[in-house]
Design a protein around this ligand. Structure first.
Ligand code: HAM
Length: 425
């Protein structure tokens, strides 16, 4: 036998058993985005490497060590998108979607990061994300958080996620804070690990979310970012918090929350869970008022978030395992004998026309009724429609309840649809 070929490490196949849950979650996501009036966009998975270097930031982990980058046949450097915001901004500038206008956009699709795979962390993963353009007001930040809270409610995970919130202020305030932080950390240089020492010069703010407990202890006495925020950022943050308070959304202000991408300013947030082990962030986002200009567009405010679908699926499986998914098959049509095939096709098509929401499967692989009923049972269908030669001759069809809840009956083919109507009310 020829050697089999395996999927690439960290890149998963979605099985037919798992796809109903994914479809259900994606359906809730789409419905929620639509109910706030957001429009879907789709952009390519491959982009110019420059886009991420300039957009996400050269010194971020994502750009410096996690990108799938390669040269195409024309020697151009391309990258499989590690996140959706940069591509969304690129597309919005390119097509004039955000020139002098507000936009509320969403996207869903695969992203790629060369990380060490583990539960909840993959090299190909899926995000659903939202970006609002052209709104400077804190209402936009608050709306995004309310939208996510509503989605958690629908998915039955609201009690298992909590909101972490912070403001990282203007670029200018951050610069001043960075200087103060570096000066402070230089006094404790002997405690810093190699990663943090490197970040002292590349991206000091990221030291704040180190997992190293010794460094965390030192950081407790470090200057606080909030003391460096400008009045505008402070007011903006206070208003976001006020709306959340008024709407009853609980949050924790986490002054160490800085996020791993360079484009943020003012509000940043993450929804986290303790139910998934170390990969507990299910959704992250924030404001990025400078990014559009930085990527060559007219200065336009932006704010958005993205959620990891694999982590949401894991969380729903963990805390809400009885979620009511649609049956894979509702009606299974069995038939055997002279002249039954054409009739079975005809009836199955009629049923599909009358009940597009039901899943009707026609037995296609022959065999006697015993074998066909085995298949029907295995399919999980509620009902079987049975056609033998006598039914065809008499223009009848048998309706058999596969779970034995209702007596089997024979009805005329002309009455089939109305009979099924009663069964699937
Ligand atoms: P991010 O925090 O890098 O933000 O990713 C958002 C979410 O994607 C994470 O919270 C996590 O649930 C999921 N995720 C990230 N990496 C992986 C991975 N390797 N495996 C599985 N899931 C993962 C962004 O990407 C920003 N673009 C969000 C944003 C949109 N900010 C403003 N607008």
């Amino acid at each position: 036998m020829a050697k089999t070929i395996q999927a690439i490490r960290g890149m998963n196949d979605l099985s037919p058993t798992d796809s109903p849950l994914w479809q259900w979650i994606e359906g809730q996501v789409r419905e929620t985005f639509a109910s706030y009036g957001y429009a879907e966009i789709r952009s390519p998975i491959l982009e110019s490497t420059n886009l991420f270097a300039r957009g996400v930031g050269e010194e971020t982990d994502i750009v410096s060590k996690e990108m799938f980058t390669f040269k195409d046949r024309d020697d151009e450097s391309l990258t499989l998108r590690p996140e959706g915001t940069a591509g969304c901004v690129r597309a919005a500038i390119e097509h004039g979607w955000i020139y002098n206008q507000e936009q509320r956009l969403w996207y869903i699709g695969p992203m790629f990061r060369y990380e060490r795979p583990q539960k909840g962390r993959y090299r190909q993963f899926h995000q659903a994300g939202v970006e609002i353009f052209g709104i400077a007001n804190p209402e936009a930040d608050a709306e995004l958080i309310l939208l996510t809270a509503r989605l958690w409610e629908k998915l039955g995970i609201r009690e298992h996620v909590s909101l972490q919130l912070n403001s990282i202020g203007s670029l200018d305030a951050r610069k001043k804070y960075n200087e103060a932080l570096v000066a402070f950390l230089n006094q404790h240089i002997d405690v810093l690990d190699e990663d943090c020492k490197r970040r002292l010069t590349t991206n000091p703010l990221r030291i704040l979310d180190t997992k190293n407990e010794q460094i965390q202890a030192v950081l407790n006495n470090a200057p606080k970012l909030h003391d460096y925020l400008d009045e505008e950022a402070k007011n903006h943050f206070a208003q976001v918090c006020q709306i959340l308070d008024q709407m009853g959304v609980k949050y924790e202000i986490n002054q160490k929350l800085v996020r791993g991408l360079d484009y943020y300013n003012k509000t940043v947030f993450e929804w986290v869970t303790t139910a998934l082990g170390s990969q507990g962030t299910v959704c992250g986002g924030g404001r990025y008022d400078g990014l559009v200009e930085q990527l060559g567009g007219h200065a336009t405010e932006g704010v958005g978030f993205a959620m990891g679908l694999e982590r949401l699926v894991l969380l729903v499986q963990e805390v809400n395992p009885t979620v009511a998914l649609p049956r894979a098959v509702d009606i299974y049509v069995v038939h055997t004998g002279e002249g039954t095939t054409a009739k079975a096709f005809e009836l199955a098509e009629n049923v599909r026309s009358a009940f597009p929401q039901l899943r009707t499967m026609l037995h296609c692989s022959g065999g006697n009724f015993k074998k066909q009923f085995k298949r029907a049972d295995k399919s999980g269908a509620k009902l079987a429609l049975v056609l033998g030669e006598s039914e065809v001759a008499e223009k009848n069809v048998v309706i058999k309840d596969l779970h034995g809840e209702v007596e089997q009956i024979t009805v005329s083919q002309a009455n089939l649809i109305s009979e099924l109507q009663a069964r699937f009310k």
